[in-house]
Design a protein around this ligand. Structure first.
Ligand code: NAI
Ligand code: MG
Length: 332
């Protein structure tokens, strides 16, 4: 029995979470689900994008599932607040090609490990008359911790190389710390190949030679941008799951946002959410169940019978989720 906090959020967050719950229902294991609020709708109701109560519920559970939330103009971001509160310092964003999905590449399998607690996403900003400033804090502690996680994930996932991505030719001090910390930690993992690239070059290499990557470790903003780019290589945001990992908590969410352009139509692709559930199962130690869920997603994609419109199909979020659920039961 696991206690799971579910935060659907806004827009398609509701739809993909509904699909995700169908999958949780099918698994041969008990989940006690507790729903909590965050996001734009929550702000309209309560004046807060995320409440202390939601954070408390999240902290009392075994893992958190987050749909997606719509940003508000002035308030703090609920997902960034939650990642910080739970000290989930590492954001794991796998990039994987799936058979049957039209994509730029069909042979990719790598992982982006993004630092989650500092950098330009610290939300330390100031507006002073005509001048706005954002503080970019990079500490040795956080840089070493994230590098360590990247090497551990490299071993766990049977990869052989870790690439550090930075811009230390311009941001000499902040990215200097990040790069030095990476090479310091690398000494503890002599069997793993290492290299480093500037972030701008990496943006190009992701298009020209993405097969060369195993694990990319990078700071907060770079990781956010590069992981959306990488999602574009394998069929779009509908296939980009993620896990936020810390010492005490795990928070799992699709990389995509609330997609206001398609919200309400139930045409959102549920795969990123369902693959995030697979990552949560892995975190909970339910390795076999993780494999089952990934296999079920792969089979439905390969069959090409029940697909949402972004995949060339005519089905709804719920129909596609149900088809994946049926594969789990072997009843298809
Ligand atoms: P988005 O990820 O919501 O959408 C980008 C594009 O991808 C849209 O064309 C959308 O229709 C499509 N898309 C996204 N997920 C999809 C899915 N599952 N199936 C099919 N198509 C999908 O990003 P956008 O439009 O930049 O942001 C919308 C809102 O979401 C904003 O308020 C933004 O701040 C917020 N956001 C929230 C995130 C979170 O909650 N973690 C992450 C990213 C954005
Ligand atoms: Mg993003």
């Amino acid at each position: 029995m696991y206690n799971i906090t579910i935060i659907p959020g806004d827009g398609i967050g509701h739809e993909v979470m509904e699909g995700g719950k169908l999958i949780l229902d099918k698994l041969n294991i008990n989940f006690r689900l507790k729903e909590a609020d965050a996001g734009f709708e929550c702000f309209q109701k309560t004046g807060e994008t995320i409440s202390d109560e939601t954070i408390k519920i999240a902290k009392s559970s075994d893992a958190v599932l987050y749909g997606a939330t719509t940003s508000t103009p002035n308030e703090k971001s609920p997902i960034i607040t939650l990642r910080k509160e739970l000290d989930t310092y590492g954001n794991l964003r796998p990039v994987k090609s799936f058979k049957g999905v039209k994509s730029l590449y069909n042979d990719l399998d790598f992982l982006i490990v993004r630092e989650n607690t500092e950098g330009l996403y610290s939300q330390i900003e100031e507006l002073n008359k005509d001048k706005a400033t954002a503080l970019r804090v990079i500490t040795k502690k956080a840089s070493e911790r994230i590098s360590n996680l990247a090497f551990k994930e490299c071993i766990y996932r049977d990869y052989s190389k870790v690439t550090c991505v930075h811009k230390s030719n311009v941001l000499k001090k902040t990215d200097g710390v990040f790069k030095e910390s990476f090479y310091k930690i690398a000494k503890n993992y002599p069997k793993i190949h290492v290299n480093d690239y500037y972030v701008d070059a990496t943006a190009m290499y992701l298009l020209t030679k993405p097969q060369e990557f195993d694990v990319i470790v990078t700071s907060n903003l770079y990781g956010d941008i590069l992981s959306d780019e990488a999602a574009g290589l394998v069929g779009g945001l509908g296939f980009a799951p993620s896990g936020n990992i810390g010492e005490k908590y795990g928070l799992f969410e699709p990389v995509h946002g609330s997609a206001p352009d398609i919200a309400g139509k139930y045409i959102s692709n549920p795969c990123a959410m369902i693959l995030s559930i697979a990552m949560m199962l892995d975190y909970l130690g339910e390795i076999e169940l993780r494999k089952d869920v990934v296999n079920a997603v792969e089979e439905v994609l390969k069959d090409r019978k029940t697909l949402t419109p972004d995949l060339g199909g005519v089905n709804t979020t719920i129909e596609m989720s149900k088809a994946i659920g049926q594969k789990l039961n072997g009843s298809d």
